[in-house]
Design a protein around this ligand. Structure first.
Ligand code: GCO
Length: 266
């Protein structure tokens, strides 16, 4: 037995983070960059948005490069991974974070919208991991982190497709760990609770019943700050988690730990 002061150090590692131009993806990428990793920023919406994010990372003194590709398009993903590995280097860490949400009751949700949510939030993780992981196998190891949700465990009105995808992602994470741990690839998940992001803005309005409900339902008594995810991300990306496989770390201020309390109880 011996101490291992460098176990959270990511110096020299290359980390691909999908959907890292904003929100939770950006916060986790900042965390990995701060621990020494070179950040590969994936985005899809616009080149400008990617360049703006890369500039922000670099202004913080981090080593970042931006790649625009659609995580649901297998051909584009395979080509992008090829390009990243030749231009930046071997991908040691993959954070599958890119995702969307549609808040529509199931009986009103058109099939194409259901398919888009499931494809973006679940199938894309299969597509991107399938392009990256064979190279990790060849190199003798790597880290895969899938961004789950409270909806990996709990249902909620209007987010059925999202919950189906995030529930599926929890089990995909466990099965990836089952198949890839033998190659020294640790596959785990992070389950963010309710965080203050663009995605939750519509339900996080002062005085909005859902906003008050979440603050009351969360033992920490607040919405999460995206930076609250950095610790779990660095842990799961580093050698500190070399014997951690198929786990979902819920960073949720205690929501899943409690039945909650009546609205009027302080
Ligand atoms: C919602 C929210 C959630 C959160 C998060 C919770 O509408 O309920 O957007 O989906 O974003 O996923 O873990």
């Amino acid at each position: 037995m011996m101490s291992n002061p460098g176990m959270f150090d990511l110096s020299g590692k290359v980390a691909l983070v999908t959907g890292a131009t904003h929100g939770l993806g950006m916060a986790m990428a900042y965390g990995l960059g701060g621990a020494g990793a070179r950040i590969v920023v994936n985005g899809h919406s616009s080149r400008e948005k990617i360049d703006k994010a890369v500039k922000a990372y670099r202004d913080e003194g981090l080593d970042a490069a931006g790649y625009r590709f659609d995580v649901t398009d297998e051909e584009a993903v395979v080509a992008a991974v090829e390009q990243i590995e030749s231009e930046v280097g071997a991908i040691d860490i993959l954070i599958n974070n890119a995702g969307i949400i549609r808040r529509v009751p199931l009986l009103e949700m058109p099939l194409d919208e259901w398919e888009m949510v499931v494809k973006t939030d679940l199938t894309s993780v299969f597509i991107v991991s399938k392009a990256v992981v064979p190279r990790m196998v060849e190199r003798g190891g790597g880290k895969v982190i899938n961004i789950c949700s409270m909806m990996s465990e709990l249902g909620r009105d209007s987010v059925g497709a999202y919950a189906a995808a995030k529930g599926g992602l929890k089990m995909l994470t466990r099965n990836m760990a089952t198949e890839w741990a033998r190659h020294n690839i640790q596959v785990n998940g992070i389950g963010p609770g309710y965080f203050a992001t663009e995605q939750t803005k519509p339900i996080r309005i002062d005085g909005h019943p859902f906003n008050d409900f979440i603050v009351g339902r969360t033992p920490a008594g607040r919405w999460g700050n995206p930076d609250d995810l950095q610790g779990a991300a660095v842990f799961l990306a580093s050698s500190a988690s070399d014997f951690v496989n198929g786990q979902i770390i819920y960073v949720d201020g205690g929501i899943l730990a409690t039945i909650g309390k009546p609205g009027n109880e302080t």
